[in-house]
Structures are given as C-alpha cells and as structure tokens.
Design a protein around this ligand. Sequence first.
Ligand SMILES: [Zn+2]
Length: 309
Amino acid sequence: MTVSSMLRALVFLALCGSMKAHAASAFAVQQIAPGNYVHRGHDDVATPANGGDIANVGFIVGARCVAVIDTGGTLAEGRQLRAAIRAVTPLPVCYVINTHMHPDHIFGNGAFKDEHAQFVGSVKLPQAEAARGDNYLRALNRELGAAADGSEIVPPTLTVDGSASLDLGGRTLTLHTWKTAHTNNDITVYDEKSGTLWLGDLLFVGCIPVVDGSVVGWLDDIARIKQMNPRHVVPGHGPLDAPWPQSIEAEEQYLAELARDVRAAIKRGDTIQQAVNTVGVDQRDKWLLYDVYHRRNVTAAYAELEWEK
Ligand SMILES: [Zn+2]
C-alpha cells in the first residue's frame, strides 16, 4: 500500500465512521424512564434541513402492546419513529395518541395506519383538525417540499373528554383533557408504573411557550399540573432533563407576566400594536424562538383579555 492509498483508505474509513454515527443519531430515541422512550426534536421551526422533526415524540411499551405519543411532523418522521419502535420491541402498536392538533405532532400518523391501532385524542381534536387541516397541509408542503410527501391528517378513532385509561398490558396510561391552554385540545398522558407525565405542548422548556388557546386557561392548568408530582416529565419541546418543577415554573412566569402586562396595556388604553411593541421585551434573551412567537403571543393574549370583565 502506498502512502497515498493508505491515506485514501484512512479518509474512507473516517467518512464511513462519521456517516455511521450520523445515521445512528439521525433518529435517536432514549429511554428516559423504564419503558418510556423519547425522540428529542430540533429546537426550531420546521425547515427542509430538519425535515419538520421539531417536537419531542415517543412511545411507551407495555407487556401486550405499545402506545405512541405524537408521531412527528411528516409521514417520513412517523416511519422513522415506527422503525425505532421495531428496534426496541416486536409488540404491536395499539394506540397512537396525539397530544394536540399542531402539525409537528400529528403528520406522522399515516405511518401507523396499517398497525390496526386506535388513534386517540381530545374530544375537541376532530373538529380542530377539520378546521385547520387543509391549511396545515398546504403550509407543510410549502415549508418542507418533498420531505412532506405523503403526510396527511389521520383523525382520532377514540376521543377523550375528561379522563380515560388505556391498558398496555401490565401498564396503565391515564389520559387527561385540559382547559383551553396551548390549544383547545391539549391532552396529557401519565404512565402510572414509572410516574412519567407526557405533557405535550402544555410544557415548553427553553423554547418560548406558544399561545394558540388561552393564557388564562393555561395558567389554571399549570397550577393543577404542578400538584401531580410526576417522577419524570416529557415536554413537547426542549430538553428532557430539565429540573422539575423549575421548568414549568419558568413557563408559568412567562405566561403570568404576559397576562399581567397585557392587562395593564389594555387598562391604559394601548392599542394592540402598542402592546406588541412593549410587552415582554425583556424576555427576549430567555427563550429560543422568541422572535418567531412572542409578538403573536401578545396579540393572542390581547384578543383574549380585551373582553375580560
Ligand atoms: Zn403545539
């Protein structure tokens, strides 16, 4: 072997090594509690580079079957999640739970259509998807191009109003619907066996909370969630190892200040534009994606609180 051919071989080996590492980390899941596996989404908006893989999604394995909790932003991501499940267990998927209507949590559903699973969501999810689905799909195709191919809305076949229990065999999941908060169709999943609470987008860590429902309702929900004392929590966005309850307290503080400052602006007679320009400007360094969502949050809070008596 000449020096140059040796070098070429070394470069080739190094490339293979990095490609392998990349393939392995492309759709990683980690077991954050016994039987609870989470894939950590990118802390970003959907882009062609991240393929819409921006939410934390995952699954829980029982003795009889598997429950999926959110399926990701595209059919392709749903298929990756399904492959990750198959790498862990041959058990069938019996439930595909959507924590709420947003595109980054639902558009992988199609990957589980031939599993004979029940699709599970809030009693308010079907109507929300019917109202917004076409727009979501158009936006997805515009933002992601070919990466969105085949993605579709798969509405729930089993809806929850209040609470419900799902049996995975030796493992019971308790589902809860909540007051309108992040959206009007938020649902949480609690795995009693491991004390793991999957909060969907009722919890944002590091990434700015997005108000697409009610800031007042969200604050009420947070007060109740804090009493649940989970051993592990899974946020819809952000790191999986953030300290509890500090993580939800940071979100609570942001929302409480948003409500307080918007109420004060309304009381002063500020216009919505004036409120957008002044409220929460000191929060900018505290949250990822502040520039994308904060002004929308002020607008949403203003529209909600304007009618408060
Ligand atoms: Zn969401």
